[in-house]
Design a protein around this ligand. Structure first.
Ligand code: NAI
Length: 259
């Protein structure tokens, strides 16, 4: 797939958490493929700056302040796609947080809920509110960003792993329910990717530098991933090139889970 392939001309895509990291890279990649974009984030100024940049380069891109934990924000996001572009074909449920690095013995319910609400409730609401819009178009593609930590555990990240594991099976349930509607639903499982989510989590740890080295060593390809490498997979799942894929787990992890 080339960087400007026009495979998604006439498609409308909504990306959550689009202001940064994997979401922003996915926005750039889908823009290159010709999609019209609704870019949403709790960080309104940053997501607006990205939409403005892409608009100047010829993409139709609208920005919206959107907290994925809030049903009313989802109503607004889906309505923006309908009002601005006439409907919705692609949803990238990408917004997510890492949570604190806290072991289970010290984890409180509030910390647990804060991660689950963004990473799991946010994806549920995305399905719940965007699903009917895709049905109206006669089908579409939903890409849920899970993680390798939705497949294997990680010390100090129990809520994150639980949320991402749940997204994996939420994805498969939606895929089965919506296959008759021609709505494909797949999950993406990145290894550790160089984004603010990871750099901030490492900065917050006393042993951050040591952990960074261990993380690199845990990926057989000997490096962390780049957001653009995940965005390529998002674009593939969004496009008709993946037309026989639904309920799949697409792992992009430099070999992390092959061991
Ligand atoms: P990031 O921190 O660079 O970007 C996340 C974006 O989500 C930010 O712009 C933030 O403002 C937004 N956001 C946070 N809470 C939100 C909310 N309640 N509503 C709407 N937007 C919200 O993170 P990154 O790394 O790009 O992560 C994107 C997704 O990829 C997340 O779901 C993350 O769990 C997942 N992921 C990341 C990996 C990594 O190593 N960076 C590895 C595997 C999965």
């Amino acid at each position: 797939m080339t960087a400007a392939d026009n495979t998604m001309a006439r498609k409308v895509a909504l990306i959550t958490g689009a202001a940064s990291g994997i979401g922003a890279a996915s926005a750039r990649r889908l823009a290159a493929a010709g999609a019209s974009l609704v870019l949403t984030d709790i960080n309104y100024s940053a997501v607006t700056a990205l939409a403005d940049e892409l608009s100047k380069a010829g993409t139709q891109a609208a920005a919206l302040q959107h907290d994925v934990t809030q049903p009313v924000d989802w109503e607004n996001a889906v309505a923006l796609a309908a009002d601005t572009y006439g409907g919705l074909d692609i949803v990238v449920n990408n917004a997510g947080i890492a949570g604190d690095n806290t072991d289970l013995m010290n984890l409180d319910l509030e910390q647990w809920h804060s991660v689950l609400s963004v990473n799991l409730d946010g994806v549920f609401l995305g399905l719940r509110y965007a699903g009917p819009a895709l049905e109206k178009r006669g089908g579409g593609s939903i890409i849920n960003i899970s993680s390798i930590l939705g497949k294997v555990g990680f010390p100090g990240a129990a809520p994150y792993c639980a949320s991402k594991g749940a997204v994996t099976l939420l994805t498969k349930s939606a895929a089965l329910e919506w296959a008759p509607l021609n709505i494909r639903v797949n999950s993406v499982h990145p290894g550790f990717v160089e984004t603010p989510l990871v750099t901030q989590a490492l900065e917050d740890r006393e042993d951050g530098a040591e952990t960074a080295e261990l993380l690199v060593a845990a990926h057989p390809l000997g490096r962390l991933g780049q957001a653009s490498e995940i965005a390529n997979a998002v674009a593939f799942l969004a496009s008709d090139e993946s037309s026989f894929m639904t309920g799949s787990e697409l792992v992009i992890d430099g070999g992390y889970t092959a061991q």
